[in-house]
Design a binder for this molecule. Structure first.
Ligand SMILES: [Zn+2]
Length: 408
């Protein structure tokens, strides 16, 4: 009963939600590190909403940042009281956006959002405002209807997600005792088109720059040089053995295996008749959490040493990213079943616990010992030109949150 009332109320907010989206997207909350002024102005708009709609114990944690004009990065925590305070249902969204990129790739001004064919276009409208606005209006529906959520609802509206979270959720976790072990923590900052992906685990990421140094020579006199490109190519095929050395399959992930792929290749000599003395390629590895990144690295060094011996080259390995996966949230965690029930009720789909190949901001919660799940229904247009939010997704996601707020 209550859910139908709340859902109808959310439907009635459609225009207000679009307008608030547009208002938020008109404030370019770009990190100072990416050439912007930070999130302070956007945070003011959000605080206005929270103050007008029944939120309590609103707190702004200011992470010092001298590169931001105001000298800090604002992180907002706000509660809406439920029947019980035994736990809090948290929704964490981020306020910062990435720069728009090449302007000519946009069909309009990324910071003057527009509505077209059921979508809102603009920088940040999907990442992360779709679900930020959805969570705000989900709570507003309870406020207007005078219905209490089962448990307290907490909104965490944090800064600095796009450039590492050090002044965002990492700062909040260090400076606040707001989160408790039995809280439900939902991070709607990753998802898929039909809303069935409940992300609970991630692979470790290892990016390597591999530089092979031989000796340059004339193309007609290869014996006077050491062909670095040839040696590096042998190394590339050697590295393919990593698949066999770390073969475990985990059906939670798609693909279910660890992957070790040579990717970027730097140009070497500009002409055909020179034996290249230097070769640079990169390896992108996504490693299942059961394997230690250090063990993979040790194997790679062993392989490189073998090629060094075989060809007389020197191989330098430089880590460009080494991000061990956070401990996964269990597939049977309450946050997973709560999301699955709500997704079923709103979208008539079976939500499924899954792992992904890249990191999400939920990892900060997992490393701090809190179960957290990423979920959203979206087209994944984040960071792209003509980023858009499907209005029906924003409305539906608000109902998913509302459904969870009513759950026992
Ligand atoms: Zn995001």
């Amino acid at each position: 009963m209550s859910f139908e009332k709340i859902a109808r109320r959310i439907d009635s907010f459609r225009d207000d939600m679009i307008n608030f989206q547009i208002r938020l997207a008109s404030i370019p909350a770009i990190a100072p590190g990416s050439g912007g002024e930070g999130e302070a102005e956007k945070a003011e708009a959000l605080l206005g909403f929270l103050n007008e709609n029944g939120f309590v114990d609103i707190e702004v944690l200011k992470a010092p940042d001298l590169d931001a004009p105001v000298g800090y990065r604002p992180n907002i925590l706000a509660y809406y009281r439920g029947e019980s305070s035994a736990r809090t249902v948290w929704i964490m969204t981020h306020t910062d956006v990435v720069p728009p990129g090449e302007p000519s790739l946009w069909s309009g001004d990324p910071f003057r959002p527009w509505v077209e064919a059921g979508r809102i276009y603009g920088r940040g409208v999907e990442d992360n405002q779709q679900d930020q606005v959805a969570s705000l209006f989900a709570v507003k529906a309870f406020h207007v209807e005078g219905i209490k959520p089962r448990y307290d609802v907490g909104l965490a509206l944090v800064a600095d997600e796009e450039t590492g979270s050090e002044k965002g959720i990492a700062y909040v976790l260090d400076h606040s005792k707001a989160f408790r072990r039995n809280d439900l923590i939902i991070v709607p900052d990753a998802g898929n088109e039909d809303g069935t992906m409940i992300e609970i685990a991630e692979k470790s990421i290892l990016w390597l720059k591999i530089e092979t140094l031989g000796k340059q020579a004339h193309g007609s006199m290869p014996e006077r040089g050491i062909n670095s490109f040839k040696a590096a190519s042998y190394l590339v095929t050697e590295l393919d053995k990593l698949y066999g050395l770390f073969p475990h399959r985990d059906p939670l992930f798609d693909p279910p295996i660890s992957t070790f792929e040579p990717t970027k290749k730097e140009a070497n000599v500009p002409n055909i008749n020179t034996i290249p003395g230097e070769d640079v390629f990169y390896l992108d590895s996504r490693i299942l959490p059961r394997y230690a990144v250090e063990d993979v690295l040790a194997k790679i060094r062993e392989m490189a040493a073998k090629i060094e011996n075989q060809f007389g080259v020197r191989i330098r390995i430089e880590e460009r990213q080494n991000a061990p996966a956070a401990p996964p949230t269990p597939a049977e965690a309450p946050v997973v079943s709560a999301l699955a029930r709500a997704v079923n009720a709103v979208y008539a789909k079976e939500g499924k616990a899954m792992g992904i190949g890249g990191g999400t901001v939920a990892a900060f919660f997992r490393r701090a010992g809190y179960g957290a799940a990423c979920w959203s229904k979206l087209d994944e247009t984040a960071h792209q030109p003509n980023e858009y939010c499907i209005i029906e997704n924003m409305m539906g996601d608000a109902k998913v949150f509302a459904h969870i707020f009513l759950q026992e």
